[in-house]
Design a protein around this ligand. Structure first.
Ligand SMILES: Cc1cc2nc3c(=O)[nH]c(=O)nc-3n(C[C@H](O)[C@H](O)[C@H](O)COP(=O)(O)OP(=O)(O)OC[C@H]3O[C@@H](n4cnc5c(N)ncnc54)[C@H](O)[C@@H]3O)c2cc1C
Length: 429
């Protein structure tokens, strides 16, 4: 039986391990942290008495490869499934409205009911969605999403309050830098290829409990060896082949094939010549210890606010701001204050509770993921590496390799599958 070492226990590494094992390889998964999950990890917070996500994650029905994994891990029941693309918007004037897209003609009526848009904006938004298919055929190579939207008569109000929120949270990229091509690729996948692809899937619990615990159980059942808290410090190279992986305890792990499934920014430490020209953006999550029966399990998109989303969990709520490099100039205390000031206006019914807890830092956990994802800017497609490397027995997996998808869980999972297929193809030729 041929041996494979997978370095990195995020979703790319987990997926590669699963599919390699299915193809009858002896697999060892090596992870530097004490827990699997990578960027989808959660941590138990004794002050909050629950797991808190490193970052709130959302999936969509179009994540076909991820959903297949969920099924394998018997984790499907740990997620809420929306029937179609439906988001509840809130603004700071106590307005609440649904933005929904489905196959039914009700979509048109829903569009006409949208708040904070005048009639001509509602019509231009509807027209834009109806013309996605045709937009694809125009030359987009050098156009940003912002230019594309302006060219298609989306008003400043629509761009700043609707499109900015969707683009920045889906692609974690400032709208003025987002590649028009990637933006349209996502819209096509979600709304043209199969409209049910756009239905949102939300974890019921922390991501750790919803997916990573079932994943680890599955890996153990399948007898995949897992080494946690075992960072690899050096990849040993000899005669243009990988000879072994040296861990932080001085042990060398040997295999026939090696998969590097680490964050692209960590690769250069392991193999000096690999440096990728990718740009990253920050995602900020603020967890607030506050419970509200009224809002439990609900989540909202926020109109005309520095905040993008608010998710309500059992014992806490989570505020999410993507594409957040511009907030890094503020201290943590200032960011908490900026977010709280917005929340008080968005949820006037919670303002008393928010003001009560405001001065005790124990009620807040602020997580700034500075390299949350690479950004989907004009050059990003060109700078994404392939899974194969110049070493015949070394492969790259991760959301950043050239899967065609933006930096998401689905891209990580696809990359893991691609690597498993490629290793198997090579070893059978
Ligand atoms: C805050 C936040 C919110 C996000 N929201 C969403 C979302 O809503 N939907 C979505 O689809 N995507 C989202 N993403 C993106 C998604 O999390 C990533 O695309 C995906 O998890 C990447 O998986 P990966 O396996 O490629 O990399 P990673 O998750 O980074 O995994 C790499 C692993 O390698 C390990 N490692 C690193 N160096 C070594 C070493 N030397 N030895 C051994 N192990 C090592 C790391 O500890 C890590 O576990 C979000 C990301 C963040 C940060």
């Amino acid at each position: 039986m041929k041996k494979v070492i997978v370095i990195g226990g995020g979703l790319a590494g987990i997926t590669a391990a699963v599919y390699l094992k299915e193809k009858n390889y002896e697999v060892t998964l090596i992870e530097s942290s004490p827990a699997l999950g990578g960027r989808t990890k959660s941590f138990f917070d004794s002050g909050f008495n629950c797991y808190l996500d490193n970052g709130q994650h959302i999936l969509i029905k179009g994540y076909k490869n991820t959903l297949e994994l969920l099924k394998k891990f018997r984790a499907g029941g740990n997620f809420f499934y929306k029937e179609n693309f439906s988001i509840t918007f809130l603004d700071k004037k106590s307005n609440e409205w649904q933005f929904s897209i489905s196959k039914s003609v009700k979509t048109v009526i829903d569009f006409l009911r949208l708040k904070n848009l005048n009639l001509s904006e509602k019509i231009s938004l509807l027209k834009f969605f109806m013309s996605i298919k045709n937009l694809k055929h125009e030359s987009l190579e050098n156009e940003t999403a912002l230019e594309l939207l302006e060219r298609n008569k989306q008003s400043k109000n629509l761009i700043n309050n609707f499109w900015k929120l969707l683009i920045e949270s889906a692609l974690n990229t400032p709208i003025e830098k987002t590649s028009g091509q990637i933006f349209l690729f996502v819209l096509e996948k979600m709304f043209i290829e199969d409209i049910t692809n756009s239905s949102l899937i939300i974890p019921k619990y922390s991501f750790h409990e919803s997916l990573i615990v079932p994943a680890e159980k599955y890996l153990q059942e399948k007898k995949i060896k897992i080494l946690k808290a075992c960072g690899i410090e050096k990849i040993l190279i000899e005669n243009n082949m990988i000879k072994g992986a040296l861990d932080k305890y001085g042990n060398v792990h040997f295999a026939d094939y090696y998969v590097l499934a680490v964050h692209p920014a960590n690769i250069q430490k392991l193999i000096n010549e690999y440096k990728f020209q990718l740009e990253y953006q920050t995602i900020i999550n603020l967890h607030i210890k506050l419970s509200s029966k009224k809002y439990e399990n609900k989540f909202f998109a926020i109109w005309d606010s520095i905040i993008h989303w608010v998710f309500f969990h059992k014992n806490h709520l989570t505020v999410v701001k993507s594409s957040a490099d511009n907030l890094l100039k503020f201290s943590n205390k200032e960011i908490v204050e900026i977010f709280l000031n917005e929340l008080v206006l968005i949820f006037p019914d919670l303002s008393e509770k928010l003001i009560q807890i405001k001065n005790d830092p124990n009620n807040f956990r602020l997580i700034k993921e500075k390299r949350a994802t690479f950004i989907s800017e004009l050059n990003s497609l060109k700078n994404r590496p392939l899974i194969s490397t110049k070493f015949n027995n070394l492969f790259l997996a991760g959301d950043y390799v050239n899967t065609g998808y933006p930096s998401t869980i689905e891209s990580a999972v696809i990359s893991g599958r691609m690597v498993a297929d490629e290793i198997d193809r090579l070893s059978n030729t």
